[in-house]
Ligand binder design. Structure first.
Ligand code: FAD
Length: 579
């Protein structure tokens, strides 16, 4: 793998792939993803992609639905950009062969929660799979692009306040890649919670790397909990798409009563309200799941429109055409993330973010169903405007071709089972303290515990040794001789896997700390964030939360607020920073 690129895109879900297609064609692009098998939240998306395509629908209606779901925290200009650009994205997808379902010659649309019109385009219940396959086919043909799987980004490389590359691990070796720009498309962080619809790689790596590099994070407390994940002991929390409720399925408790009867909109009320109604009913009735009855949809329609859901249920011994299936809420989507402007730029020069890792402001406090895939596409397409600044351009001979490992990093890490257990406990804690319902009494001590654990890990001599190699350190990175240890560090093969789990534990601790801090800070309830000790929305809190890292890079940081609709301020480079 060459060591210098115009742009490195990290993550090959919908956002990363679309970014690769849209980046100016003259740029040499490296596309990385840490998964070795093709897997991402994008591939798992079932329900569809929102866009106005029907004559009875309108931009105004899509904008209003998005703003209403966002509970006062959407940035309207970002929402307008999304809604107006969406039909153009659909045209682009059709051009590259995306196989949307059709009703005769027209595109078929379905209804999802809180949409006033049938505007969700789909490809059966594997819309994400079809989308990623179409994008991947196209990306393969892009000139000047190399794709590598099984490469994990560990941290960003900062020089004089700008991102100039990143540190990665491939096949047990740590390398540094130099880049004119880095685009983070690493997805969300739902896997921080023990109950989640997200794949394991959705653990917030991009947010943490950006935070460590000094980027501003926004609205980190806002997590969307999907009400209907399959809840079978020992089986992953497979998503049962809202689209089945759009087609007539409904929720039931053990006595056959509706747990959402009191909600305006009932089964199709906004996700946060349905999730809370389910969580409360489960608590009151002392059960760990409720039921979703898919029979009203009809066998034929289920077979036609939801083959993936049916297939998965049947694999697990359930027959949804004959009996209700067990469901419970699970972490699903992160509204917050790296604060980006309309051109996908973060507050760190040279660093861009697209997709679920970014907080563009379109989802506010709660995402409208099926807006997220469209957000991935629309904001990644904005990267066609990317212009590399002259100081970001890299000469081809800056790194020599010889990148064989020449040095071993001696680490004495805990066994992998111990590390995995620590991750498991952290996920339980996050669910317990920062899940569907939160309160100060649970958040404050959990935050203290997580902070302590993170600091203990950072004081460990292993971490110190690894940190001395970190790409973000300014020290020594400019002289050729000092580049050696950073560029060419080799770990024993078994240690490589252990190292990645250990590193992931650290990153998850940082992420959990950021989420808990933001959840504690916002003393009200709004959208996906519900505080049992502050259950009402407060006018003062119609503001975004913003977390920034202290300039010393020593862990001190600030949390504050900014008004809604305030465009991102993009400062010139601010001098040296550490990651
Ligand atoms: C089950 C499910 C169903 C959904 N259904 C819908 C739907 O119907 N409609 C809708 O609009 N949205 C839906 N969503 C949400 C939507 O799928 C996601 O928001 C969107 O796909 C995110 O895309 P992304 O490209 O940002 O990230 P992802 O698709 O998650 O891709 C992230 C990529 O980053 C890589 N990566 C992560 N960390 C690193 C690292 N450190 N180094 C290298 N690579 C890294 C991963 O390997 C992966 O390739 C659903 C989500 C889930 C989980």
């Amino acid at each position: 793998m060459a060591r210098n690129w115009d742009v490195v895109v990290v993550g090959s879900g919908a956002a990363g792939l679309m970014a690769c297609l849209e980046l100016p064609p003259e740029l040499r692009v490296l596309l990385l993803s840490k998964d070795s098998a093709p897997r991402s939240a994008s591939r798992w998306a079932q329900g569809g992609i929102a866009s106005v395509t029907r004559p009875e629908d309108s931009f105004t209606s899509h904008i209003e639905d998005t703003l209403r779901a966002g509970a006062g925290l959407c940035d309207q200009p970002a929402v307008e950009l999304l809604v107006h650009q969406a039909p153009d994205c659909v045209r682009r997808l059709l051009e590259i062969g995306m196989a949307f379902d059709r009703d005769g010659p027209a595109l078929s649309t379905t209804l999802e929660a809180a949409h006033s019109h049938r505007r969700v385009l789909h490809a059966q219940d594997r819309t994400g799979g079809a989308l990623v396959e179409a994008l991947e086919r196209e990306v393969q043909g892009r000139d000047g692009l190399e794709q590598r799987r099984g490469v994990a980004a560990l941290g960003l490389w900062m020089e004089q306040g700008r991102c100039v590359g990143l540190q990665v691990m491939e096949a047990g070796q740590i390398h540094c890649l130099k880049a004119g720009a880095v685009v983070l498309a690493t997805g969300g962080g739902g896997h921080l919670f023990v109950h989640t619809t997200n794949p394991a790689m959705a653990c917030g790596d991009g947010v943490v790397m950006a935070w460590q590099a000094g980027a501003e994070l926004r609205d980190m407390e806002f997590v969307q909990f999907h009400p209907t994940a399959l809840m079978l002991p020992g089986a992953p929390r497979f998503l049962i798409s809202e689209a089945v409720r759009g087609e007539g399925a409904h929720l039931l408790d053990g006595q056959g009563c509706s747990p959402v009867a009191d909600l305006p909109g009932g089964d199709l009320a906004p996700r946060d309200q349905v999730s809370r109604a389910l969580a409360r009913t489960m608590r009151e009735q002392g059960v760990d799941h409720l039921w979703l009855d898919l029979r009203p949809v009809g066998k034929q329609r289920l077979e036609q429109q939801f083959p993936t859901i049916l297939g998965r249920c049947r694999e697990l011994g359930l027959e949804p055409t004959e009996e209700p299936i067990p469901v419970a809420p699970a972490a699903h989507y992160w509204m917050g993330g790296i604060f980006t402007d309309h051109e996908a730029a973060t507050s760190v020069p040279g660093l861009y973010a697209v997709g679920e890792v970014a907080c563009t402001g379109i989802h506010g406090a709660n995402r409208l169903a099926s807006n997220s895939l469209m957000e991935c596409l629309v904001f990644s397409r904005q990267l066609r405007l990317l212009k590399l600044e002259p100081q970001a351009l890299i000469t081809a001979d800056q790194f020599g071709p010889d990148c064989k490992p020449d040095r071993e990093l001696a680490l004495d890490l805990p066994p992998i089972e111990v590390l995995e257990q620590a991750i498991g406990k952290l996920r339980e804690l996050c669910w317990w303290a920062a899940g569907v319902e939160r309160c100060r009494r649970d958040l404050a001590p959990s935050l203290g515990r997580i902070r302590q654990q993170r600091r203990a890990l950072e004081q460990d001599p292993n971490w110190q040794r690894f940190s001395s190699l970190r790409a973000g350190g300014e020290v020594g990175l400019k002289s050729e001789s000092a580049l050696g240890p950073v560029l060419k560090t080799k770990l024993e093969p078994e240690l490589g896997k252990r190292f990645l789990t250990w590193h992931e534990l650290h990153q998850r601790l940082v992420l959990a700390e950021l989420v808990m801090e933001a959840a504690l800070f916002r003393e009200e309830s709004r959208g996906g964030h519900f505080r049992t000790d502050a259950p009402a929305s407060q006018p003062f809190w119609r503001r975004h939360s913003i977390q920034k890292r202290g300039p010393a890079g020593g862990g001190e940081h600030t949390i504050g607020t900014t008004p809604v609709d305030q465009p991102a301020q993009r400062d010139p480079p601010r001098g040296a920073q550490q990651t």
